[in-house]
Design a protein. Structure first.
Length: 383
């Protein structure tokens, strides 16, 4: 329709607007042009650019190398975004530093980037034996940057809209690791008197994530249910100079659906009482009064570091003679047992705190015996 565009470049129609962005020493006006698919789009890019000028981001990113521009975006935009968790920023910074910074791609000027250059960069990473997840996360970060650059008017067209493939293709999903009934019996037989006994039992009996368990307070268990409203993580704080400091912090759960109330098996309530009594005796022995606040804590009441729990759990498995699996496999085992017992997937979804039931379906395994039993039902019917 007429009026939607007012400018054509290389056969492509755009709407172009112009804005004053400064003055030269001789007083000559400096202007910048902004292009969009229509008037509103072009004006939105102009406004975003002018807002950045007012906020102090007065560098034209389009003229900078990708590496420098992306680093500026990471530290001046993403790091200061209250919606971005410290753990997420740590992941973004790591991807940038390991897979983008210092590469040939990083030296390319932002305005010169095309889809084929991004593809060549991914191909080079693949040739250097980088796996699918590393390539996926690299492309994801590049896409995030160029969405920002396009919206802010630093580029006319987002190069990531072109067809870009991750070399090698997506690998097959690994089967969910669970503990067998025999392995669970061996583990239970080896944790009597161990500091992590209740942690292991609660993981098996409630399916909570490690961070959710370590963040539990005694007042989170009431009426036979455990109320999940927080999680614990070893968080990296990265300042504007890239200096990293780590600390154990309590934060919000993984997603909205992670806020939930999960029934605790009745026989486990007695284990919780016994665990609390042991904690109180331990505190008295070292001269600390009062009741413990956190269910899982050090002798002095400090928070557990998840990495230390991982190491302790590995030693538990070694002592029990059970092949190594992650602590998270206890959660997988909980869900798989519920499936085996015929619990509806929608119920399991709520208990696990999954936002999408498709995640829950990974625990549905059809064994040979399941198929034999199913056909036997048909045999009886056909008679």
């Amino acid at each position: 329709m007429a009026g939607k565009t007012n400018y054509t470049s290389h056969g492509v129609k755009y709407f172009r607007v112009t804005a004053k962005i400064g003055e030269k020493p001789d007083g000559t006006t400096i202007r910048k042009q902004f292009y969009g698919t229509g008037q509103k789009d072009a004006e939105a890019k102009r406004d975003a650019y002018l807002n950045n000028l007012r906020d102090g981001l007065d560098t034209d990113l389009s003229k900078l190398p990708v590496g420098k521009a992306m680093k500026m975006w990471l530290y001046e935009v993403k790091r200061r975004d209250s919606r971005i968790k410290d753990t997420s920023f740590e992941r973004y910074e790591g991807v940038y530093r390991i897979y983008i910074e210092g590469t040939n791609f990083a030296s390319t000027r932002v305005s010169d980037v095309r889809g084929i250059l991004i593809q060549k960069h991914l191909n080079k990473l693949a040739d250097d034996t980088r796996g699918y997840s590393q390539l996926f996360n690299t492309l994801k970060l590049i896409k995030m940057f160029f969405i920002y650059a396009t919206k802010a008017g630093y580029t006319v067209k987002n190069p990531c809209l072109e067809d870009i493939a991750i070399p090698g293709g997506k690998p097959k999903k690994r089967e969910v690791e669970t503990f067998t009934d025999e392995e669970i019996a061996l583990i239970r037989g080896s944790i009597d008197g161990h500091r992590l006994k209740l942690l292991v039992l609660l993981a098996l009996g409630t399916g909570l994530r490690r961070g959710e368990l370590l963040a539990l307070k005694y007042d989170d268990i009431r009426g036979g249910k455990v109320y999940v409203s927080k999680t614990i993580a070893n968080v990296a704080k990265i300042d504007g100079n890239g200096v990293i400091t780590r600390s154990i912090e309590i934060g919000s759960p993984k997603s909205e659906s992670s806020y939930r109330a999960v029934p605790v098996p009745k026989d486990m309530l007695a284990e919780i009482d016994a665990h609390k009594l042991r904690q109180m005796k331990e505190r008295m022995a070292i001269g600390i009064g009062g009741k413990p606040e956190y269910i899982f804590a050090t002798e002095t009441g400090g928070l557990y570091d998840g990495s230390n729990v991982h190491k302790s759990f590995s030693r538990i498995l070694e002592k029990a003679g059970v092949p190594h699996k992650k602590f998270h496999s206890l959660r997988h085992t909980y869900a798989s047992q519920l499936v085996r017992m015929g619990v509806q997937l929608s119920v399991i979804q709520k208990l696990m705190g999954h936002s999408d039931i498709a995640t829950t379906t990974i625990y549905v395994h059809v064994s040979d015996q399941d198929m034999i039993d199913a056909v036997e039902v048909l045999s009886a019917w056909l008679k």
